[in-house]
Design a protein around this ligand. Structure first.
Ligand code: MEV
Length: 340
């Protein structure tokens, strides 16, 4: 049996989440599939979709991540892991390594036959993620192992919590849905989201360390930024609950400007945002690691997202349509049962 892990996009809270703040993350209905085969000299056999310009620059780090997870299962070099599925590899921000870590953990659980709780899976996957990202908050692995829009917070102890503010997301339009996966009821929220790749590769370890230095060196400025951040987060939760895309778009822009104060943007990201604004986007922001990687763009509706995606694609950008519909107040465990 293969193991699966989902990609993610952070609506609000990248970097702040590392320092204990709450964050809003969407678990994407795009997943990495992991098949276990006999060890053939390297841990990772990478068949994931990716933009032709990308080479897997993190190959060695992925090897280390897979080895760390295999060691936790006590299987050493017995198996290699074939990565495939519909989650594309981008220049950063889609949670590709966390999706792979969760997929490898789930696939190994099947092979070894150890029953693991959902928390165990996230803990093991996070140990693997640390090999690549240094000191991640756990937001990516949590999104990779769950479904829906999650309000996530890391706990002091190093453990983490997440509560679901809505669940049951589906790509629209997008890949064929699995059977039983379209259980979207009448209480729907349509989030017309587009991810545009800025084509600048990012490094989480470095940017997380830089933000930690900023916090240490400028504590008063940091406090002010955190205060503003909390208002933005509360506003986003409210916008989602009321289904107000206009408000959400404005808050995306405010969130982006706040991240700019931490010196986390770059010309590649700003170019995408300018273009999105010209195309009538309701708002946009860097998402994930920042300083490159993906830009999250909010459209007026799904058709608008399709139009923007076509224009970006024609201009040589790599886009991922992540528009979702979600059922407010859904139940995550029932959704997990359907999916995994
Ligand atoms: C990366 O997707 C999000 C960061 O906040 C790092 C983390 O939380 O692990 C930059």
């Amino acid at each position: 049996m293969p193991g699966y892990g989902a990609g993610k996009t952070i609506l609000c809270g990248e970097h702040f989440v590392v320092h204990g703040e709450q964050a809003l993350v969407v678990s994407l209905p795009l997943r990495t599939r992991v098949d276990v085969v006999p060890f053939d000299g390297s841990f990772i056999i990478d068949k994931r979709p990716k933009h032709p310009d990308f080479v897997l620059s993190k190959q060695q780090l992925y090897e280390g991540m897979a080895e760390a997870i295999a060691n936790l299962f006590g299987v050493g070099k017995q198996y290699s892991f074939v990565l495939s599925g519909d989650l594309p590899v981008t220049s950063g921000g889609i949670g590709a390594s966390a999706a792979a870590a969760v997929g490898i953990t789930r696939a190994l659980q099947e092979v070894v036959g150890v029953p693991l709780s959902s928390d165990d899976i996230m803990t093991i996957a996070l140990a693997g993620e640390r090999v690549i990202h240094g000191n991640p908050s756990g937001i990516d692995t949590t999104a990779a192992a769950n479904e829906g829009i999650l309000l996530f917070q890391k706990k002091e102890s190093g453990l983490f919590t997440s509560s679901v503010i809505s669940a049951s997301v589906l790509c629209h339009p997008g890949p064929e849905l699995d059977e039983g996966r379209s259980g979207v009821g009448s209480n729907q929220l349509e989030l017309p989201l587009l991810l545009v790749d800025s084509q600048k590769v990012t490094t989480t370890k470095e940017t997380v360390a830089e933000v930690a230095r900023f916090k240490d060196q400028q504590p008063a400025v940091w406090e002010q930024i955190i205060k503003t951040y909390r208002d933005i987060l509360a506003g986003q939760v409210d916008a989602l609950q009321r289904g107000s895309l206009e408000q959400l778009g404005k808050l995306f822009c405010q969130n982006h400007e706040l991240l700019m104060q931490l010196n986390l943007s770059c010309c590649h990201v700003e170019r995408v945002r300018d273009f999105a604004q010209q195309l009538g986007a309701l708002g946009s922001k860097m998402t994930g690691t920042c300083r490159g990687g993906l830009v999250l763009v909010l459209g007026r509706d799904l058709e608008h997202v399709m139009q923007m995606a076509r224009t970006f694609d024609q201009c040589g950008f790599f886009t991922v349509n992540t528009s979702i519909e979600s059922v407010l107040n859904g139940n995550v465990s029932s959704v997990e049962n359907i999916l995994f």
